[in-house]
Write a protein that binds this ligand. Structure first.
Ligand code: KG4
Ligand code: ZN
Length: 348
């Protein structure tokens, strides 16, 4: 079964061809350079860039997979329905409908967050890694738009047990980077600066919600206290000349975010008694966070799965295609293509 999948949920135009869990081709056109100078994703620019690139990305994915005849070699078309940026999601959905109609294929609608969970089980074209499913898992999603703890009960079955009540972890990192004039996206820059001071925590910024017993996250208080801390200390211009101090700030902020993620995940392990973790989303590209999670799970004698290839941490259509495969096996197709619409705040 070959699936052509599309993800245009935010600032990456991606199309993949998958067969079961195997990725035959995955093409990602990233818009980061277009948004960089604005310090974040600009919806109108994202929409236009998706529209300009989508056809090229579709044909490139087909070409890479050596599928020259979509009509006879692709079985289903899958597309991200949400969550994400409305005007961006729309572009992918429109293209998916168009292809489904033209080639008379059934459509499969996928939740982007399911994709990030399944990213840990995606295989290369050779079928590696051969990770088998051992349900249930405790899933932690950490991206620019989401921070969620989910019980991944079985294929396509989820129970959200914790989520952020304000900013997402990646968003918090991006905002702190912006305050430090480090550009967009901030996560990777913060990571690099933090390693230069060995990921030490110099300032012990607040970790909101840690004392509460629920599994929800909150990062806006941390962001605000960081803001006032910066205001009260040197001006940003002055600080930019002092690499050491920027590194210390970046590292301390990152530690505050990661400490919160680790402590809440630990609470979730204790409450659910599940010690097998799957972690997805852009922030898990961060090696410091991976290390902290590995030591956490060692304490509970469990196992942990990360997306096996770097491109799977960020947004990509391959993970959408893999979810779609399980949906196809269960006959979960879109009933009426015309009425398929984006759901920007789609939940798991
Ligand atoms: O999953 P993703 O590509 O898009 C969303 O669905 O949101 O995640 C993007 C987020 C951004 O906030 C970015 O700063 C963060 O992932 N990110 C990182 C790293 N690479 C990307 N955060 C920390 N360390 C990184 N190395
Ligand atoms: Zn994402």
């Amino acid at each position: 079964m070959h699936i052509l999948s599309i993800d245009t949920s935010c600032d990456e135009t991606s199309v993949a061809i998958t067969k079961g869990r195997k990725v035959i081709a995955n093409v990602i056109y990233s818009q980061i350079l277009l948004h960089k100078k604005w310090g974040g994703v600009v919806p109108s620019i994202a929409k236009r860039a998706h529209e300009e690139k989508i056809d090229i990305v579709v044909s490139e994915a087909l070409k890479k997979s050596r599928i020259y005849d979509l009509g006879s070699n692709i079985d289903f078309i899958a597309v991200t329905q949400g969550p994400g940026l409305a005007v961006a999601l729309e572009v992918g959905i429109k293209k998916a409908k168009e292809l489904a109609e033209k080639y008379n294929k059934k459509l499969i609608a996928v939740n982007h967050l399911e994709g990030h969970i399944y990213s840990c089980f995606v295989q290369n074209s050779q079928g590696n890694p051969k990770t088998e499913f051992k349900f249930p898992y405790l899933a932690l999603l950490v991206s620019g738009g989401h921070t969620e703890l989910v019980i991944f009960k079985d294929n396509l079955q989820y129970e959200v047990i914790g989520e952020t009540i304000d900013d997402a972890a990646g968003e918090a990192l991006d905002k702190s980077a912006k305050m430090l004039n480090l550009g967009y996206p901030g996560g990777p820059v913060i990571e690099r600066l933090a390693t230069e001071v060995d990921n030490k925590d110099f300032y012990n910024f607040p970790r909101p919600m840690l004392r509460s017993n629920d599994l929800n996250f909150s990062f806006s208080g941390l962001k605000t206290s960081f803001y006032y801390f910066l205001k009260k200390t040197d001006s940003v211009e002055e600080r930019n000349g002092k690499t050491e101090s920027v590194n210390r700030l970046a590292s301390s902020f990152q530690e505050a975010v990661f400490d919160t993620l680790i402590k809440k995940t630990e609470k979730a392990i204790q409450q659910t008694k599940i010690n097998r973790l799957v972690i997805g989303g852009g922030v898990i590209a961060n090696l410091r966070l991976r290390k902290l999670l590995r030591s956490l799970i060692k304490k509970y004698k469990g196992g942990i799965l990360f997306p096996p290839f770097k491109y799977l941490t960020g947004d990509n259509a391959a993970m959408i295609g893999v979810v779609a495969y399980y949906k196809a096996k269960k006959g979960q197709f879109v009933n009426n293509n015309d009425s398929l619409d984006r759901i920007p705040r789609m939940k798991l």
